[in-house]
Design a protein around this ligand. Structure first.
Ligand code: SF4
Length: 423
């Protein structure tokens, strides 16, 4: 029996609960198993139990063997002096507090098939370990779990935004600009795009916001993609302009090797994305403020409409001519920007301002955006868990990446259903 599973059995009372006694033969009644503590210190806080006729309120420690108490040096650690019960799978030693008092112990009579069910879950080699049980999961349970997962995901993104804010003097526009740039990289080039934005504070772009050519010069120059091999008139002119602006603002470009083109469709090449980003910067000022004030999803989407300059209608990279093609930002990219930038920022800003309506607005927007289409969502669908909106798809992506892939089934509500069903 693993310690985590033993804790789980104690926490959820998955054990035979009649005529319980401690190792010393005293009657035991478990009124409240307490709150699981995932940080340092005792495993459960504020448990309530009755030993004999005495009511105890305090902390509980769980170990596989009694001797683990001593192995972990808990006798000398005052943080463990408040333990009122030591819960074990195997009793093999008496244990004591720092002051020499003996601590009562209890051998947990956990359900015999619990370990078997858990092992079966962990050994599954399917898309998710519980794949063959998903059809039985009640929809209401799933719906509540998706809500909790989505909130957890947005809280995590809020933490990332708070870190960015701390590094940008609490400037929401700057933090938004960096995150937006990151998501312009749509996965494969998100890191170089973020580094590009960090290397080029928005305040410099703002000074040239009425000149698309200068914006392109700064962005392409800082990306490292505008190198000495620029041959045609446009790229040479861009290079000259960048050299001037680079000196003026003392800029340092990022390494061009960071950009990836392999296996990308030309429309997604970083050159095209940067050209679109320049155009978006040219057409909009104070984008974050506009996002906050937008009244509808349609208004929000319209804020991100942008196209490339003329040169990029005929190119996918510098110097190589291609057939003329309009290259506006696509609907799917705008969707990525809304899901990964706009909504987390709305949620975080609502939290920062203590404005629940803004946080609600973020969640409502997610419900209005169609589900993402990717292999994770397709696999969930094959297992009869369909995503009807981005709200669902974000929750299911979070579940897969943060619970299923790391086998955190004991912290998952579906896992709890699978382990405790039909008792
Ligand atoms: S974490 Fe939950 S959904 Fe994922 S495999 Fe485990 S029980 Fe299933």
């Amino acid at each position: 029996m693993k310690e985590a599973l033993l804790q789980y059995a104690w926490q959820h009372k998955l054990f035979y609960n009649n005529n319980l006694t401690t190792v010393n033969g005293n009657t035991l009644e478990i009124i409240d198993p307490g709150q699981l503590n995932t940080d340092a210190g005792p495993d459960f806080f504020n448990a309530k139990i009755k030993i004999g006729n005495t009511l105890w309120v305090g902390n509980v420690e769980v170990h596989v063997n009694s001797s683990d108490w001593e192995n972990h040096h808990h006798t000398e650690n005052k943080a463990y002096s408040t333990i009122i019960l030591h819960v074990v799978a195997n009793w093999n030693a008496n244990i004591y507090r720092t002051n020499g008092e003996e601590i009562e112990q209890f051998v947990l009579p956990y359900y015999q098939d619990l370990e078997q069910r858990y092992d079966a879950l962990l050994q599954q080699d399917a898309f998710v370990a519980c794949a063959d049980r998903l059809a039985c999961v009640p929809r209401i349970l799933l719906s509540g779990w998706k809500n909790a997962l989505l909130t957890e995901r947005l809280e995590r993104k809020t933490n990332d935004i708070e870190t960015l804010l701390a590094n940008s003097q609490n400037d929401w526009e700057e933090a938004f600009y960096i995150t937006l740039a990151r998501n312009f990289g749509t996965g494969i080039n998100s890191i170089p795009f973020e580094l590009l934005a960090k290397s080029l504070p928005q305040v410099y772009l703002a000074k040239h916001k009425d000149n698309l050519f200068q914006l392109e010069a700064m962005l392409f120059g800082q990306s490292g993609l505008l190198n000495d091999t620029s041959k045609d008139d446009y790229s040479q002119a861009l290079k000259e302009e960048y050299d001037f602006l680079k000196r003026k603002y003392q800029l340092q470009p990022i390494n061009h090797h960071l950009w990836k083109l392999l296996r990308l469709r030309p429309h997604n090449f970083p050159h095209i994305r940067i050209a679109q980003f320049a155009s978006l910067t040219y057409n909009s000022t104070k984008l974050f403020s506009k996002v906050i004030n937008a009244k509808s999803l349609a208004e929000m989407e319209s804020l991100f409409q942008c196209n490339t300059s003329d040169y990029w209608q005929l190119h996918y990279t510098f110097n190589k001519l291609s057939a003329s093609k309009n290259k506006p930002i696509g609907k799917s990219t705008v969707k990525v920007l809304l899901i990964n930038t706009v909504i987390p920022f709305l949620f975080s800003y609502g939290k920062y301002k203590d404005d629940e309506r803004m946080q609600e607005k973020a969640l409502t927007l997610l419900e209005q955006i169609p589900s993402e289409q990717n292999s994770i969502i397709a696999n969930w669908k094959q297992h009869n868990i369909a995503a009807s909106s981005a709200f669902d798809s974000q929750a299911l992506i979070h579940l897969k990446k943060n619970y299923c892939d790391t086998k955190k089934c004991l912290q998952c509500r579906i896992g709890h259903f699978v382990l405790s069903q039909n008792r």
